[in-house]
Unconditional design. Sequence first.
Length: 156
Amino acid sequence: MTANTRRGYEEEADQRPFKRLSRAEADALRARQPVLSPWRVVAAQAGFGAMIAALAWPISGSREVAMSALYGTLVVVIPAALMARGTTSRLSRLSVATSALSVMFWSMVKIGTSVLMLVLAPRVVQGLSWPALLIALVLCMQTYWFALLWRARSKN
């Protein structure tokens, strides 16, 4: 990208009028684009993971595989619940700076908790099946995409 092209974009952005929304317009915008609660995503992950674990038992015929899949679900759900709790607290909404710091801090807590749970998996789950744990973990993490698609579909 050349300097002239970049300058052209900046000039175009400067020429667009900025319109401050009235309270009614802001409320209407919020109504058209509702916020997706992180707790709904955590609940969807937990439900989807429970379904995976419930299906793992009859498919594999092994209780250990089902327990491994359930633990893989917990490796996603527990850290996500911790982050949702931390980032939705009153303290994290005091200002933009505290909100940003809260997201960074709780992201580190989420990652650390996930890693710790994976390290402890062989001690916690008897007869651990790593493939079942990892499959459930990956599928539960993909629930974020379904939540975003669900939100986009419900807006239309």
